[in-house]
Every structure is written in structure tokens, then in C-alpha cells.
Design a protein around this ligand. Sequence first.
Ligand code: SF4
Length: 441
Amino acid sequence: MNVREIRPAPRVGIVSLGCPKATVDSERILTRLRQEGYRLSGDYAGADLVLVNTCGFLDSARRESLDAIGEALAENGRVIVTGCLGAEAEVITAEHPGVLAVTGPQQYDAVMEAVHAHLPPMHDPLVDLVPPHGLRLTPAHYAWLKIAEGCDNRCSFCIIPKLRGDLVSRPAGAVMREAEKLVAAGVQELLVVSQDTSAYGRDLKYAPSAWRGTEVRARFFDLARALGSLGAWVRLHYVYPYPHVDEVIALMGEGGVLPYLDIPFQHAAPGILKAMRRPANVDRTLDRIQAWRRACPDLAIRSSFIVGFPGETEDDFQLLLDWIAEAGIDRIAAFRYEDVVHAASRELPGHVPQEIKDERFHRLMMHAQDVSAARLSAKVGRTIEVLVDALDASGAIARSQWDAPEVDGVVRVTGEGLGVGQRRMVRVTGSDAYDLFAECV
Ligand code: SF4
């Protein structure tokens, strides 16, 4: 008989102050806690941690909130503060430096992240309907890891900031805990995504948060390094060439994260980039890419480009083709410009006729194919690590460090004993425009 040790679920106490809106916030937090299996405690002594939902409306209410935090600290010692006074974290920490975390009003996710950080939920495989790493749509061996939502940029062709708002980054500790759960569940490759990955943490002022008894800053480099320590492949998507990306290239050179950058350049002609209102200073981008390749010769760059943007001339387009060849962009996605409803670019002069967009699109794709073929042929003869995605009659369909799933090429591997989700060493025997061919070693 299999006897399972029954461990009690962690208990949270809550002190709810303030108006009915604050009470509703407390109810929502309690609901989330119960959904995740936490038990509730009616007193300080029985709680593993106490949440104080504060009010900051009047001076008397602020005083009452600060006193309530002091009482919870004295009686229990482990206190997380949320609610209206939480919007002024410095007022709280000045009087009560011992609080574990402070979040503001209606920040349900941030409160739950703080609770998870200081009192992890307990997963019961016999009762829980959802595994600890959540439900996923990807195969078991790779997973998307979203580190932020929204975007602070205002590219003229894009309405994402209108739809999703400004950048809101997840605390680094929360990202790391999710990544850890994914790796523990067998994920071999973490695909880091957001609208502007290299801007990660700017809204949090790069604040550190707790992870594994230490702290990780909400900073692109710090997060990449911490993710790289988990042992899975780490692939970075939607990065802009801000200066601090150089640090991450050094990390790639040391093997901390995959030598792969997905940078949506969208164009190369200065006038078009200006009309697009693209982020990051594109001056001297070619020099930067060349410096990156010197620091990390294996670096692969994936990018997307828009053809036929309003005002694009034949010279602009030719400049784009030359730039792609010179930069050696390994993987390319191309799009014909479309007038998106509510996008500022609709109002720009010089809209390009559809047949010219089509013609440039095909020329770009042919050009991209030539660049890709040349770059892949240089890899023939090398021994590389691949991750197996699927098995087929002659062996397996796998990916190298230079191939993101679903969008890039593959490595067609022949050999025995291959299994989905395996990482194997193979020798590259051939290449074509998009794929490599290899045999197991
Ligand atoms: S950086 Fe990306 S998401 Fe942000 S506005 Fe530009 S295209 Fe849109």
C-alpha cells in the first residue's frame, strides 16, 4: 500500500480595513487563496502569514492601517501589506521595515505573487485538477514564458499599446518560480516572450524580488542569467537592440542562454524607421550586430520586416535588402504593410500600391532564402546539440539552438534511440534553404 504523508495546507490570516471597495478586494484575494488550496485563519496564532488590506483615505485611516500592520507584525511576524496605503510603500516600510511585501489597491496578481514567494501553495496531485505548472497548449518539452504585458512604445503601425496598455512587468521572483515549475515538469526549452523583452522591469524600476532565498532584479540581464541557471534552453524573443542587450550577448557567449535573438527590426531605411516610430536607436545597428557576432560567433538573429510601408521607395527597399545581407539575418518573417484600424500609420502619405507590396514581398523572401541557405551551409560538419520535437520514419525532427519552434527551420536527424523531448548531440551532414540534416553521434 502506498501511504502518503498528509501535510496541512498553509494558512493565511487577513485583516481587512477601509471602505466597501477594499472589502471587495479582500474577498477577491480570499477567493484566490482558497482556489489555490490555502486555508484561512481567524487569528494571528494559527496563520503562517497575515495579509493586511489597508486604507489610505484619511489621516485617521492611515494611522489605523499602520497600527494594524504593527499589531500583525507583533502577533505573527510575517506580514504582507496591500490596499490603498500600499500605493505609498515608503510610508509603510519607514514605520514597519519588517513587512515581507507591499502591494497597492486592486493588485490581485501582485498580492498572490507575494504570497507565493513567502508561503508557496501546496500541490496535492490526488486532489488538484491543475498541475503545479498550470495547463499548457505547447508540447511537454517546451513552454512560453511571459515576463511582461503591454508596451511603452508607440510604433505607428501598431495598436497593441492601445489594446494592452503600457508595460507591466512580472516580478522576477514570480517569473523564476514559474520557470522552475516548468523545468521540474520536464520542459527543456523556455521561450521568453513579451511585447518588448529588453524593456523588462523598467516599470518596476528593476526592483529585486525573492527567489530561492536570494533576490533577483527585474532586469533583462539578471533575469536571463537566473533563467539560464535552471538547465533548460532559454530563448529570448522580441528583443530590441538597446545598449544593455550587449550584456546578454556576453551571457550567450558563456552558454548561459541560447545564442539566438528574435529582434523585430521591421526595416532598415532611416526614413521608414522614423515614420514607423521604432524603439531603440537604430543608428549604427549594423556595427552593434557585428560586435555581437564577434562576442558570440554562434549568434543567430531572427527578425521580421514590413514591406510597402507608407513612403517606402525602391531605394529604401533596396537598402533593406542590402542591410539584411550585410547583417546576416539568419531567419526572416516578412509582412506586407496593412492599414490597421486606429493605427497612426494610416494617416501617413505615400501609401504603396498592393502590386508593388506583393512584388517586394516576393523579392524579400527570395533574398532571405539565399541569406539563410548561405548561413546554414556554414554549419555543415559541426557537432551540435538538438532538441527532438517529433519522430518520423528515418529518425527525428529536431531543432538546434538556432531554431525557435513553429517559426524557424528544423534539423532532420537520422539515427536510433531518439525520443521526443530528448536533447542529443548530432553531426550536421547537409543543409538547404531553411533546414539542416544530421546524424546522431
Ligand atoms: S514595440 Fe511592438 S508592441 Fe510595442 S508599439 Fe512597437 S510594434 Fe507595438
